[in-house]
Design a protein. Structure first.
Length: 253
């Protein structure tokens, strides 16, 4: 993809699933990548996989709920690779599917801290560095849950709507200064997060894909390629856009 080779950036939640696939795809396109994750083992595993494929990556242990961790993640990217050209703010958690009246404050708080405020903390540290270096491209991970309603997933769904709003508003603020900010909105993607839901609530997960246009789960690589493309020069006039990668789910009414 145009303009990725020779760049450097970071991916949060890169120790598993979609983040791992994106970090690997950036590296395969010739970028240097900081693999950021709260999970040390998963992060090191991603770095090993990238190095085995001949790529260049560094693990930085990062909890996106911790402001100083996020600050350090951005600092280490610039210290190690000299620049921050792209960022994929992807770290997130799912939640048990529970009716609204049975949900707890704890569930709401942890989902908001990680899925929404985690993305904001990353933007807050990344944007000043990108401004200093003349621009950059950022992709935040939302979801199809950020584009429409879901049954029994109110807190998760509202964090993902929040990520779309955050993306659009930040894109307006910094579009004139050379920073493009977009979101990916995956449908059901076969990752450990979904495998866990399949174990606890298989019927609910089946409901999400039965009768849908492409009638299958998506793969992490299918989100990774769209994310790297959004950061490439091939997407140079796209900003503030929530891109559905969902096998047509949001095309249904
Ligand atoms: P995953 O569980 O495979 O990976 C998530 C990663 O985020 C893990 O490595 C985990 O350690 C990390 N993480 C969790 N909390 C963190 C924190 N506080 N700080 C740093 N890292 C943290 O899940 P995934 O399916 O790859 O999900 C990635 C993103 O995609 C999430 O934001 C998720 O909401 C979103 N998403 C997933 C799907 C899907 O179907 N899998 C669909 C739509 C959106």
């Amino acid at each position: 993809m145009k303009g990725i080779e020779g760049t450097a950036g970071l991916v949060t939640g890169a120790g598993s699933g979609i983040g791992r696939a994106t970090a690997k795809r950036f590296a395969a396109e010739g970028a240097q990548v900081v693999v950021a994750d709260v999970d040390e083992d998963g992060g090191h595993e991603t770095v090993e996989q990238i190095e085995d494929d001949g790529g260049d990556a560094t693990f930085v242990e990062t909890d996106v709920t911790d402001e100083s961790d996020v600050e350090q993640m951005v600092e280490e990217t610039v210290d190690t690779y000299g620049q921050l050209d792209f960022a994929h703010n992807n770290a997130g958690i799912g939640a048990e599917m529970v009716p609204l009246t049975e949900q707890t404050e704890d569930t709401w708080d942890s989902l908001y801290e990680i899925n929404l405020k985690g993305v904001w903390r990353c933007l807050k540290e990344e944007i000043p560095v990108m401004l200093e270096h003349g621009g950059g491209a950022i992709v935040n991970t939302s979801s199809v849950s950020g584009l429409g309603g879901d049954l029994n997933m109110t807190p998760y769904n509202s964090t993902k709507h929040g990520v779309v709003g955050l993306t659009r508003s930040a894109a307006l603020e910094f579009g004139g200064e050379g920073i493009r900010i977009n979101a990916v909105c995956p449908g059901v993607i076969e990752t450990p997060m979904v495998n866990e839901l399949l174990e606890t609530a298989p019927d609910d997960v089946e409901q999400m894909i039965i009768g849908r246009p492409m009638d299958r789960f998506g793969q992490p690589d299918e989100v990774a390629s769209a994310t790297v493309w959004l950061c490439s020069d091939d997407a140079s006039f796209i900003t503030g856009h929530p891109l559905a990668i969902d096998g047509g789910v949001t095309a249904l009414h």
